[in-house]
Design a protein around this ligand. Structure first.
Ligand code: SAH
Length: 216
């Protein structure tokens, strides 16, 4: 079989799906050029890694569409000194992108099999500034709080209260909020203790399951 040129496919993905749709932050764009998405995708569908869609990663979960990862990342306006909490490690791709833009990523996944796999992928790529744990991310990760930014990559019907409490005084939180089959990507910004809320666009994520997650 002919070898797939993943570097070329990645370049096309960034140009056609991310830049062409309006992502402008140069640091975010570089992170996408540099992160090998195909290493985060199961081997049997690796040829589809740079397609314009979410993909199954096992255990009924998905790696998000590249553009959505970019949009959520850009919305957080990360500084190199920021510390970021992610809920829903999944494949680890979003965490790997974040790790290039901030000082440390803390990421929580409720499914141990996915956490283990993501941890292995980070090690394989020599990424050292991501800490992972298995657990219910809706409870937050108090030990390393407060965070400069929090990203939730699963859908909730409400913003989990513990996460709002773990934001520092001028932090951002991005989360899909809404019903089971369609949500609104929502950005919260804390500024000197005051919280503002902006709705960005419609989206569809797998459900956030946990104490402060979706009520079935
Ligand atoms: N960010 C991931 C995509 C995540 S899919 C990536 O880049 O690949 C959403 C993930 O959230 C799933 O793996 C799911 O198991 C996880 N999840 C759902 N509820 C959770 C919770 N309460 N705490 C931690 N992880 C959760």
């Amino acid at each position: 079989m002919e070898e797939i040129n993943f570097d070329k496919l990645r370049q096309l993905m960034v140009d056609n799906q991310i830049i062409a749709r309006g992502i402008r932050d140069e640091r975010v764009i570089s992170a996408f050029y540099e992160t090998p998405r195909h290493k985060f995708v199961p081997e049997n569908i690796r040829q589809d890694s740079y397609e314009d869609c979410p993909l199954p990663i096992g255990n009924g979960q998905t790696i998000s569409q590249p553009y959505i990862v970019a949009l959520m990342t850009e919305s957080l306006r990360l500084k190199p000194t920021d510390r970021v909490l992610e809920i829903g490690t999944g494949s680890g791709y979003q965490a790997a992108i974040l790790s290039k833009l901030c000082s440390h990523v803390y990421t929580i996944e409720r499914m141990e099999a996915l956490q283990k796999k993501a941890e292995e992928t980070f090690r394989g790529l020599g990424i050292l500034n991501i800490s992972t744990k298995v657990g219910d991310g809706t409870l937050g990760w108090e030990e390393f709080s407060p965070y400069d930014a929090i990203i939730v990559t699963a859908a909730a019907d409400n913003i989990p209260e513990p996460l709002i409490n773990e934001l520092n005084e001028s932090a951002r939180l991005i989360i899909p909020v809404g019903a089971f089959f369609g949500q609104i990507l929502t950005l919260l910004e804390k500024n000197k203790g005051k919280v503002s809320r902006v709705e960005i666009c419609g989206c569809t994520f797998v459900p956030l399951v946990g104490k402060y997650g979706h009520k079935y």
